[in-house]
Design a protein around this ligand. Sequence first.
Ligand code: A3P
Length: 337
Amino acid sequence: MLFKQQALLRQKLFVLGSLAIGSLLYLVARVGSLDRLQPLCPIDGRFGPRGQDEIPLRALQFKRGLLHEFRKGNATKEQQLPKAIIIGVRKGGTRALLEMLNLHPAVVKASQEIHFFDNDENYAKGIEWYRKKMPFSYPHQITIEKSPAYFITEEVPERIYKMNSSIKLLIIVREPTTRAISDYTQVLEGKERKNKTYYKFEKLAIDPNTCEVNTKYKAVRTSIYTKHLERWLKYFPIEQFHIVDGDRLITEPLPELQLVEKFLNLPPRISQYNLYFNATRGFYCLRFNVVFNKCLAGSKGRIHPEVDTSVITKLRKFFHPFNQKFYQITGRTFNWP
Ligand code: A3P
């Protein structure tokens, strides 16, 4: 009798074990089919401050597991034109913003910068060429692309308007002087890679004849956000823009992403679980599920060269009135000096 009961118990345990292994194998197989995700870095600093440690139940699902919400009926995937575009600003955190938004099950990102609207040769290829560059998505999902050059390129607002006058536009900004130095650092790295010498930031940012800020220097001009935005406002009302605080996206990404979810009329789906601070990288990284997490490439988060403080002060003074105007127009105030 006892022997029979033990055999029955063993049988039950075997069935339960098989079920557990089966589920695990299914999970691994599904995860393996995720194209763009790679386990790029270990999960360091896995849990945030107290209260953020709990893993919500749905966290064990992953992006595709949540898709049922957005896969209505027999809908099939197709290449859709973007309903939202991250138009800039270069070095504002455009890549981080796109990757983080892509955590949302209703968002599908165009991985590459398409440069359709700012590049005459690409633009001449027509809208179908652009559409073919887009990823496949379900009708209820929204495609997002980012090409930071759009923000500063003269022809772009009109061209985007012609494609879709009600498109949503995202602009991510950082404190203008920091952004300019980040811009410089990227160019400097490119020169160094080609074994070329380059000027110091101070030399480029300050006109040696006048000792004033050199407004011809592109890294400076790009940081005059209000000038560029004013061009866009000739085509789109301010309500169609959302300004993301790029400095806050570095230190505290979730609230910034939640504001974007709201702006895009998306149900809130990105949680603290999806973002973990990686002490080695010094940045927040992305967690898609228990298996997959990734940090941005090393080209994001470069160490900036030290810049003369008098030059920084001069630049900050220069940007100040433009910043005030930018706050006024956008209704979003930053603590920029
Ligand atoms: P730095 O390299 O100056 O630190 P973009 O993608 O527009 O080129 O912006 C690059 C900037 O994104 C980086 O500038 C970095 O500070 C910022 N960034 C924001 N969140 C990040 C993250 N989670 N990982 C890496 N970089 C991030």
